[in-house]
Design a protein around this ligand. Structure first.
Ligand code: TMP
Length: 195
């Protein structure tokens, strides 16, 4: 089972994905968290340099790098999926659509580029206001995190995407344990039977 966790920076994606993984493992499931961008690959290093302002790629090139960075891990994801793991993505396909759309790219093009990636059965949006994202991180922000208008458009794209089937929106302004409980409730009815 593939589950994507999405949202603005500081929405709690990484913490909540790890918490959910631990909870699933405690119930006997095999689970792991996979984060994108994967900064450990050659393309991931290039993405990191760009986020720090050492490169100046246009939006198309930037999102194509992110997409290619996911394809770099496709074989691993397919293998874990086939082995019955519950793979929890800390950002995945929808991040490319949301951030790309927020930079003026066509969301249909961004979606089409990614149709042959393994598709998540469920995408959980941890929804926070851009004001909250900015308030939760005041130092060390990357080039996107410093751009409030961009964050506003990213959230709009996420909310539009979250109207699709296989999406659940959770109010991530709530206390972390409430968010964790709502995430567990979203995934539990979809879990496979344990053998
Ligand atoms: P991170 O802070 O979650 O590591 O992500 C770095 C930035 O990259 C974040 O501002 C969101 C952006 N991003 C995209 O623009 N497109 C993508 O496909 C992904 C995965 C992230």
């Amino acid at each position: 089972m593939l589950v994507a966790v999405e949202g603005l920076d500081q929405s709690g994606k990484a913490t909540q994905a790890q918490h959910l993984r631990d909870r699933l493992r405690a119930s006997g499931y095999k689970s792991r968290v996979v984060s994108f961008p994967d900064y450990g690959t050659f393309l991931g290093e290039e993405i990191a340099r760009s986020l720090q302002g050492e490169r100046d790629y246009g939006p198309e090139t930037m999102q194509l790098l992110y997409v290619a960075n996911r394809f770099e891990r496709k074989a691993d994801i397919d293998r874990w999926h086939a082995a019955g793991l519950i793979v929890l993505f800390d950002r995945y396909i929808a991040s490319g659509v949301a951030y790309g759309e927020a930079q003026g790219l066509d969301p249909e093009w961004l979606t089409a580029l990614q149709v042959s990636l393994p598709q998540p059965e469920l995408t959980i949006l941890l929804d926070i206001a851009p004001e909250t994202a900015v308030a939760r991180k005041t130092v060390g922000r990357d080039r996107y995190e410093r751009d409030f208008a961009l964050l506003t458009r990213v959230r709009e794209s996420y909310l539009r995407q979250a109207e699709q089937a296989q999406w659940v929106r959770i109010d991530a302004e709530q206390a972390p344990d409430v968010v964790a409980a709502e995430m567990a409730a979203a995934i539990e009815p979809r879990l496979p039977e344990l053998r």
